[in-house]
Design a protein around this ligand. Sequence first.
Ligand SMILES: Nc1ncnc2c1ncn2[C@@H]1O[C@H](COP(=O)(O)OP(=O)(O)O)[C@@H](O)[C@H]1O
Ligand SMILES: [Mg+2]
Length: 259
Amino acid sequence: MATDAIVEVVGVRKRFGEKEILKGVDLDVPRGRITTIIGGSGSGKSVLVKHIIGLLKPDEGEVRFEGQDICRLGARALASVRRNFGMLFQHSALFDSMTVEDNIAFPLVEHTSLSGRKIRDIVREKLEVLGMAGIERQFPSELSGGMRKRVGLARAIVLSPKVIIYDEPTTGLDPIMTQNVDQMIKEAEKKFNVTSVVISHDMASTFRISDHIAVIHEGRIVEHGSGDEILRSSNDYVRRFLAAASSPHRAGLAAGGDA
Ligand SMILES: Nc1ncnc2c1ncn2[C@@H]1O[C@H](COP(=O)(O)OP(=O)(O)O)[C@@H](O)[C@H]1O
Ligand SMILES: [Mg+2]
């Protein structure tokens, strides 16, 4: 076990019918850092994060949160462990008929018995920290795409999770929006002092934000390390994946001394 891994995935296997998607995944997620999981579409990235948050149970192996195997917990204990995770999906999945305030307040209303006034205070504070003070009464449809992402983030962190999971947060976004979301992920890490797990297939974004990168292929983590370590990987799949990505990474690859 790594010295300070907040999440450890150990030998996880998962099959759906005939198809084994995860074939023994090992992954340590270092506390307080940004870890990105990259891999081809359909390689099992979302399936892996669903194990991390306890939405799926492995056929074999363990998922530990702060040292505790969450796969064998009962429903109530698991629900309380899940409070440590905030999720942000590709589509912010805001409720269109609710104001920004009610959207962000939703998890607090569902999971706490805080007073309405206290809840409003928390919502206001999150909006301020994320640079969106005063938009409480607006509706999602009145906001730009970037603002909607930020509101989604405010909602994801409103219960003060220790880990935020971003599943393909930049898919379908233009390069400028992608950079905004990257910036938001970095900001969230600093301002809320969280551990971040990002699922991505965007290489530029991955190398910009990550402290740690893990590459999944054919059901296993085939490489992991810092961006530099990934660029210098001798793993055949990693090299092909990098080569297929856009030119800045080829430049990076050359700079890595392997060209
Ligand atoms: N609940 C499920 N039941 C059956 N097959 C699934 C289920 N969830 C995912 N899969 C399959 O697992 C594979 C990996 O899916 P996924 O993790 O979503 O890929 P990605 O890396 O693109 O996120 C896909 O072939 C998908 O169809
Ligand atoms: Mg996915």
